[in-house]
Design a protein around this ligand. Structure first.
Ligand SMILES: Nc1ncnc2c1ncn2[C@@H]1O[C@H](COP(=O)(O)OP(=O)(O)OP(=O)(O)O)[C@@H](O)[C@H]1O
Ligand SMILES: [Mg+2]
Length: 499
């Protein structure tokens, strides 16, 4: 619906403040709708945050339904709406006037032209969707502020997080930017982005892993000090020899095993036979388990990141430990290379399943680097986008570094609280909206948007895997296949009998 005139919906009542006011209306506006008021010599924008239906004659003190019916017969429709408005600032500069509105002044629904001025038309912005309440008003986000001040995309499963990531990636590619997606479920590998998708195989070169990274892959826990010591001695020695050229890449794992065999023979280490054998077994397991991702000739993953492309590291077929090692290794190298000037362009890094990579109550290798980039990244041009369906399990420190938020449908109360604690601008009233959002609808907050917005996110047009599959259809097809096979077998048998 086009709405290009300012309709009066009600008047301000009671005590007001420069930040909020209460109003009453005979109409039924919607939560999230934008209103304008004239005071302090300027036109001021506000957002309806709460609404309740009231009646002057049908009060809570009436306990008899027949009485209610009779009052309605006599009074007719006497209901009115009472609500609260958050003041967002004057429509030109979005600065909050220093004076409060005076009680009694008119509240008008903002027209389309005013809203378009507020939500779009800025420099270097990408379109994410339209306002839910005023269809036809595009919502654009400031790309610089999105990348430098980090972003969290939070919602229950299936609410539209990956679709939002895809829309943002497409928007960044229009600026010829660079996005790096850690794709935990191979959702983005076939996505058709405007600037092209650069799928990066998750090969890692053990020669360049840090000791903790290698130890994690080998399943040597941090508190297994004796195992760790022998592992460190053997690994360190062999790595130096490979780097120095006295041992070839191919001999890397064999040489570590030989080194451990030497330790087994040594008189000094006689008492430690058990942990040394344990390390040997763990190395065998590591080679077996990670045969497909370990490559002694693999280049550094960071060198494969391209400008003007969606760079997708496909982690769909690796387990959580390996994903942790790959993410931590890539992030640490990315930070190092950008700091040193070896990588010359800014990168927006998307972490799907951020609560697994940076969990609240466990330590992981990635958590350290996610925290470092969250704190330091903006100075060097690395932006983080943390995506999670379980905000309550996400490391609160990393989450609080994400100044921008896109929150889609979220019904779990603890998740909602966690999100509210991390975001100064998510009011109690907006929080209450979260369970009633539909798929693809979101509250958008933070410096990347001029004012908080309720947005229907655009649908990504390029192909994206990971949407809901049609289960019944799948069963039906399997059943049909079974029936077809059975019929063919019966036909073959009857032909054979006839013969
Ligand atoms: N803005 C939107 N407009 C239209 N359809 C949408 C929108 N957002 C999501 N969908 C649809 O909803 C389904 C789920 O979306 P999506 O995969 O983005 O959810 P998700 O939050 O990433 O889920 P998961 O937690 O499983 O990763 C998809 O089929 C997608 O096409
Ligand atoms: Mg998803």
């Amino acid at each position: 619906m086009r709405d290009n005139e300012e309709r009066i919906i009600g008047r301000c009542i009671g005590e007001t403040s420069p930040l909020a006011l209460t109003f009453i209306s005979k109409k039924t506006p919607k939560v999230g709708e934008y209103v304008v008021l004239d005071y302090g010599g300027t036109k001021v924008l506000g957002m309806i945050e709460t609404l309740s239906g009231c009646s002057t004659s049908i009060t809570e003190k009436i306990y008899n339904p027949e009485t209610v019916e009779k009052i309605r017969e006599i009074e007719g429709e006497d209901h009115y709406t009472r609500g609260s408005i958050k003041i967002l600032g004057d429509v030109e500069t979005l600065r909050i006037p220093r004076v409060p509105p005076s009680p009694g002044i008119e509240i008008r629904i903002a027209d389309e032209d005013t809203l378009k001025k507020v939500f779009s038309g800025g420099k270097d912005e990408l379109k994410i969707g339209d306002l839910i309440t005023q269809e036809g008003v595009a919502v654009e986000l400031d790309v610089n502020k999105m990348v430098t001040r980090h972003l969290a995309i939070l919602a229950m499963t299936g609410a539209g997080k990956s679709n939002t990531v895809a829309v943002i990636t497409d928007g960044i590619l229009k600026f010829k930017g660079s996005v790096l997606i850690f794709d935990m479920h191979s959702e983005y590998v076939d996505a058709e982005f405007d600037g092209g998708t650069n799928v990066i195989e998750p090969h890692i070169n053990p020669l360049y892993l840090s000791l903790p990274e290698f130890a994690k892959l080998a399943n040597i826990p941090g508190d297994a000090y004796v195992q760790e010591r022998y592992f460190r001695m053997a690994y360190g020695d062999v790595r130096n020899s490979v780097r120095g050229g006295s041992i070839s890449n191919k001999e890397f794992f064999n040489s570590i095993q030989e080194k451990l065999d030497e330790f087994l023979e040594m008189e000094d280490y006689k008492g430690d036979k058990k942990p040394i054998v344990a390390v040997k077994n763990k190395l065998d397991d590591l080679i077996e388990r990670y045969r497909n991702i370990l490559s002694l000739n693999a280049p550094d993953l960071v060198e494969e990141i391209k400008l003007s492309a969606a760079n997708v590291i496909d982690l769909g077929s690796v387990d959580e430990d390996a994903a942790d090692v790959i993410v931590s290794h890539t992030l640490s190298n990315l930070l190092k290379k950008i700091k040193r000037g070896d990588l010359s362009f800014p990168v927006f890094v998307v972490l799907e399943e951020a609560h697994i990579l940076a969990p609240k109550s466990r330590s992981t290798l990635s958590k350290y680097w996610i925290g470092r980039i969250a704190r330091e990244g903006r100075k060097f041009g690395i932006g983080l986008c943390m995506v999670s369906q379980r905000p309550k399990s996400l490391d609160p420190e990393s989450l609080s570094q994400a100044n921008n938020m896109i929150i889609l449908r979220l019904i779990e109360p603890t998740d909602q609280r966690h999100v509210q604690e991390a975001s100064e601008s998510l009011s109690e009233d907006l929080l209450k909206q979260l369970p009633s959002l539909n798929i693809g609808e979101a509250i958008v907050l933070g410096p990347m948007t001029r004012v908080p917005a309720l947005v229907k996110i655009d649908e990504f047009k390029g192909k994206l895997l990971g949407g809901d599959i049609n289960i019944v259809e799948k069963w039906r097809r399997l059943k049909e296949e079974d029936e077809r096979e059975l019929k063919e077998q019966e036909k073959e048998i009857s032909e054979f009998m006839e013969y």
